[in-house]
Design a protein around this ligand. Structure first.
Ligand SMILES: Cc1cc2nc3c(=O)[nH]c(=O)nc-3n(C[C@H](O)[C@H](O)[C@H](O)COP(=O)(O)O)c2cc1C
Length: 213
């Protein structure tokens, strides 16, 4: 089946993209309003874009038809936020923070989360997250009405000591983090419990094995 995305309603476009582009990592974004109210919300339109400088991207959709999400407003106003990663233990708390609470409600308190001050940005981080990245906005592009794509530099990283296998070589125990990922609609998620390894081939070994060259 083929779809002309330009002719479809918004909800259908979301279904096609959200169901096919899976699993998606979840950025549990903590930010501050202009008045200093802390906010936390999950965003799975998220990924790493580069390492020089280290960059990440977030996709913040419109809140209904009429306004931006609180996270988008906060990031555009303050230029700073923290991406916290979500493990299985924090799944339910993460879900509480995606309620459609009014802007003045502290969703961090609703989810009974422990927060800690960040080192270089004003918004706090989630103290018990397996990893947190303090970010400053490089570009915030309005890609549609009240829809914002944010590209940000990661200024400071926190990785819980429990997941550091070798501090010198920077071996991090990713499977032990038990991170959640977002799947298709209706609240589906995946765990990282079906892993396999595939070595990247070199041209020399690949062509020698086939008697080429
Ligand atoms: C796992 C998960 C991932 C989500 N990903 C996104 C996303 O990438 N972009 C988005 O606009 N909303 C996303 N949402 C919905 C927002 O979290 C939700 O609208 C939230 O209320 C926004 O909060 P805020 O207004 O405090 O920023 C996601 C929700 C969940 C549960």
């Amino acid at each position: 089946m083929q779809f002309d995305m330009r002719a479809l309603p918004k909800a259908s476009r979301y279904k096609i993209l959200g169901s096919c582009v899976t699993p998606r990592p979840i950025a549990w974004v903590t930010s501050l309003s202009a008045g200093g109210v802390p906010n936390a919300a999950p965003y799975s339109f998220f990924n790493v874009l580069g390492d020089a400088p280290p960059t990440i991207a977030l996709g913040l959709l419109a809140h209904g038809e009429a306004r931006m999400k609180d996270t988008a407003n906060n990031i555009r106003t303050t230029g700073e936020f923290v991406v916290n990663l979500v493990d299985e233990a924090h799944g339910e708390a993460m879900n509480v923070t995606c309620m459609d609470a009014p802007p003045e409600v502290d969703e961090i308190a609703c989810a009974q989360l422990e927060i800690a001050p960040s080192v270089v940005v004003a918004p706090p981080r989630i103290a018990t997250a397996p990893a947190s990245f303090e970010c400053r906005v490089l570009h915030a592009i309005e890609t549609g009405p009240n829809q914002v794509a944010v590209i940000a530099e990661v200024l400071y990283a926190h990785v819980a000591d429990a997941f550091i296998l070798d501090a010198e070589r920077l071996y991090i125990d990713s499977p032990a983090m038990r991170l959640l990922a977002r799947m298709h609609g209706a609240g589906w998620y995946s765990r990282q419990t079906d892993l396999f390894q595939m070595e990247r081939p070199s041209w020399a070994a690949w062509s020698a094995a086939r008697g080429a060259g």
